[in-house]
Design a protein around this ligand. Structure first.
Ligand SMILES: CC(C)(COP(=O)(O)OP(=O)(O)OC[C@H]1O[C@@H](n2cnc3c(N)ncnc32)[C@H](O)[C@@H]1OP(=O)(O)O)[C@@H](O)C(=O)NCCC(=O)NCCSC(=O)/C=C/CCCCCCCCCCCCC(=O)O
Ligand SMILES: Cc1cc2nc3c(=O)[nH]c(=O)nc-3n(C[C@H](O)[C@H](O)[C@H](O)COP(=O)(O)OP(=O)(O)OC[C@H]3O[C@@H](n4cnc5c(N)ncnc54)[C@H](O)[C@@H]3O)c2cc1C
Length: 627
């Protein structure tokens, strides 16, 4: 029945203060207030409805996305929302759109790689959305290999301009979000050529479309690259293709914080690492880690609530069947994902601190922690997105057949999420960067340069020094093992930062105890999953492995009575979850049944096509094959 909380009996089992846990999950009382207020604002406004997406054509879907983005901007302006509240509103609108790239990459690129003067010119236009930007780096022929990009930017000293050109088909920009139909400007990455000499890849602000009638400017060929995975999903985003035919831009539209070109045509490299040109990717990778905890927690919330509602087998003397959340196999699949959602939340908080710290250091020309920041953002982006994509699929399977319905919210969540394993850096390519960082650290063991921070533990692996003198097989030859080592390194960081989180003052009855249980589940689940490595390297004995498995079972039993409360702590509205299986009141079956009849296919009792195709079949009016 509507209005009845079918999960009340589960919520009454909770052994901790859920409201206090909501603050922990949000990060602070202020952050909780903003999230709670904005999520309810979006949920209550029919202008942000999203339950019809799966029935729209691509063009209808995209136009609806533009409408929502404009409506969101009007809401932000009318309500005078702060930058923080505006970002939260776009987050809870929950639809990939050009605004992600405008706010999430175009503006950060100008802030990170533009000079003060360039920031003063372009940021006010971008903040007022008087221009709409995208981040055009990837090309048809190159994405991972940035140094392989082919677009050229040739300086013309006669006119004090750069000539931006796509010399080959494979140099066509391909994938940039927002580019296909909306962006008026791009940060385009191109090979800088001055006086016939190449100076690597740099970013250039290029106007693509007229601000009067939105038509592509002279020399610009631009469009959408076509349908992507899933129906709705990421098809709300106009990932685009872009070709330049000798497009001229003023010299002051090359982002010049890292490198400069003077009007005399002199190239100058600032005394900052060239890799700062990659700074926007580092920024986005750290936001992607926080986003992983959001996506995984959404899937876990749905699967946990539904696992408590769903009963299957086990009826005694006509009594109720067993809740599937009580099966040990369901717990062993679900609870490590619940623990991972919390673990990724805290590692996301730490990574945000690390990024802010390295950014502050960079302003003082202190580049000492840049390599570690690159390795951490790359590795943790890879680790958390892989685990989250796999976790969302596991949550779908945990919900049985109904998990495959669009009304479960899980297929759409999966389809929107999985490109995170690729964009902002293919996950394997990024792990190879971590592996390179680890090998460089090993090569420095024994020198005066002592490993600190997240690699401090490597001082204790002196034996690695010997292997350094051993048979040196190439990095490429050992890359599979090195990628595994990179994953292990990142997992150690996640566990360490979860433990550090527990050293902090955490208010609320039973809250710290619950987090300790989840931290132990996260760590012991990894130990169990990789016990072969731990045993073969002598890190643990078979007895330790058995003890760990026993402890895991005990920990699952400790989580069980708190599972619903632990996902309630995410404080997601039913609107944001977009899932009948995960609805707060657990009133699943009536909602599933009601939703079915809303499908367009049920607008008529007799389906279109019956008279044309089925009736002749049934009436044997179609010549049957000779028997
Ligand atoms: C790193 C590469 C793989 C290789 O680069 P290369 O130049 O060849 O370097 P190497 O030779 O490997 O290494 C040389 C040294 O440089 C060091 N290094 C490398 N990279 C970095 C770095 N980034 N920082 C620091 N140092 C670095 C390296 O360690 C070596 O050091 P050493 O010599 O060993 O000491 C490079 O090619 C690469 O990065 N490839 C990956 C390409 C990539 O990631 N592309 C991404 C394109 S953009 C994209 O995909 C966008 C997707 C959009 C998705 C949407 C995301 C959400 C939007 C944001 C969130 C929403 C916010 C909304 C807010 C709101 O609404 O308000
Ligand atoms: C939804 C989506 C949105 C995107 N948005 C943008 C955007 O806004 N702006 C933008 O510029 N780009 C964007 N991209 C592009 C994205 O950044 C690239 O696709 C990504 O960096 C991967 O590069 P690639 O496609 O060249 O993959 P490849 O590198 O071609 O990957 C193919 C395979 O090769 C392997 N591989 C590659 N190099 C190595 C190596 N050295 N060693 C071992 N294995 C290797 C990879 O691991 C992978 O298995 C987007 C992509 C997607 C899917």
């Amino acid at each position: 029945m509507e209005g009845v909380d079918h999960l009340a009996h589960e919520r009454n089992k909770s052994e901790f203060d859920v409201d206090a846990m909501k603050i922990v999950w949000a990060g602070s009382p202020h952050a909780f207030d903003v999230s709670d207020r904005i999520s309810k604002l979006v949920a209550s406004d029919p202008g942000f409805r999203k339950d019809n997406r799966s029935t729209l054509s691509r063009k209808e879907l995209f136009k609806n996305t533009l409408r929502k983005a404009a409506y969101a901007w009007k809401t932000i302006v009318d309500l005078r929302l702060s930058e923080e509240e505006a970002a939260k509103l776009r987050f809870y609108v929950d639809e990939p759109a050009f605004t992600d790239l405008h706010w999430g990459m175009f503006i950060p690129a100008i802030k990170g790689q533009g000079t003060e003067e360039q920031q003063q010119k372009w940021l006010p236009l971008a903040y007022k959305m008087q221009i709409i930007g995208c981040y055009a780096q990837t090309e048809l022929g190159h994405g991972s290999n940035v140094q392989g990009l082919e677009t050229t930017a040739t300086f013309d000293p006669q006119t004090d301009e750069f000539i931006i050109h796509s010399p080959t088909l494979t140099s066509s920009k391909w994938w940039p979000g927002g580019l296909g139909k909306v962006a008026t400007h791009a940060i385009a990455y191109a090979r800088l050529i001055v006086g016939g000499r190449e100076h690597g890849v740099n970013g250039f602000i290029v106007q693509l479309r007229s601000l009067e009638d939105h038509s592509p400017l002279l020399g610009i060929t631009v469009g959408d690259i076509g349908m992507k995975f899933g129906n709705g999903a990421y098809n709300t985003m106009d990932n685009g293709v872009l070709r330049f035919d000798h497009v001229r831009i003023p010299r002051n539209q090359m982002l010049m914080r890292v490198s400069q070109v003077t009007c005399e045509g002199k190239y100058k490299q600032s005394d900052v690492p060239r890799q700062l040109v990659y700074g926007t990717m580092v920024y986005v990778r750290q936001t992607i880690v926080a986003d992983a905890s959001c996506a995984l927690s959404r899937a876990v919330c749905i699967a946990t609530r539904y696992s408590a509602v769903r009963r299957q087998f086990g009826s005694q003397n006509g009594g109720p069947e067993t809740q599937v959340i009580d099966y040990k196999t369901q717990q062993s699949r679900l609870f490590p994902l619940l623990a991972s959602a919390y673990a990724f939340r805290f590692i996301g908080e730490w990574l945000k601190w690390l990024y802010a710290d390295v950014t502050q250091r960079l302003q003082a020309n202190d580049f000492s922690t840049l390599p570690e920041a690159h390795a951490c953002t790359a590795g943790l982006k890879s680790l958390t997105t892989t685990a989250t994509a796999d976790g969302i699929e596991e949550c779908r399977k945990l919900c049985g057949g109904h998990g495959y319905l669009c009304s479960s919210g899980l297929p759409e969540l999966f389809a929107v999420y999985v490109p995170a394993c690729t964009y902002e850096g293919d996950n394997t390519v990024l792990l190879l960067q971590v592996a390179r960082f680890l090998m460089k650290t090993v090569s420095q063991l024994g020198s005066s340069k002592k490993p600190v921070g997240t690699i401090a533990y490597m001082t204790r692996v002196e034996h690695l020094m010997q292997c350094r003198c051993g048979v040196q097989r190439g990095f490429a030859e050992l890359s599979v093992d090195l990628v595994e080592a990179a994953v292990a390194h990142c997992q150690l960081i996640v566990v360490s930062k979860f433990i550090e989180k527990l050293q902090q003052e955490i208010p609320g009855k039973g809250v710290k105890q619950q987090l300790e249980v989840l931290c132990n589940i996260y760590a012991l689940f990894l130990l169990h999953k990789h016990q072969g490595d731990f045993l073969s390297t002598g890190c643990i004995t078979p007895k330790h492995a058995a003890l760990a498995n026993d402890e895991l079972r005990s920990l699952y039993s400790q989580v069980r009575p708190n599972a619903i409360a632990l996902v309630d702590a995410f404080n997601y509205t039913d609107h944001y979850l977009g899932s009948i299986l995960g609805c707060y009141d657990g009133n699943v079956y009536p909602k599933l049944y009601e939703a079915a009849w809303k499908d367009p296919l049920n607008e008529s009792v007799v389906p279109d096509g019956y008279h044309q195709y089925i009736r002749p079949l049934l009436k044997q009016e179609i010549r049957t094959a000779r028997l």
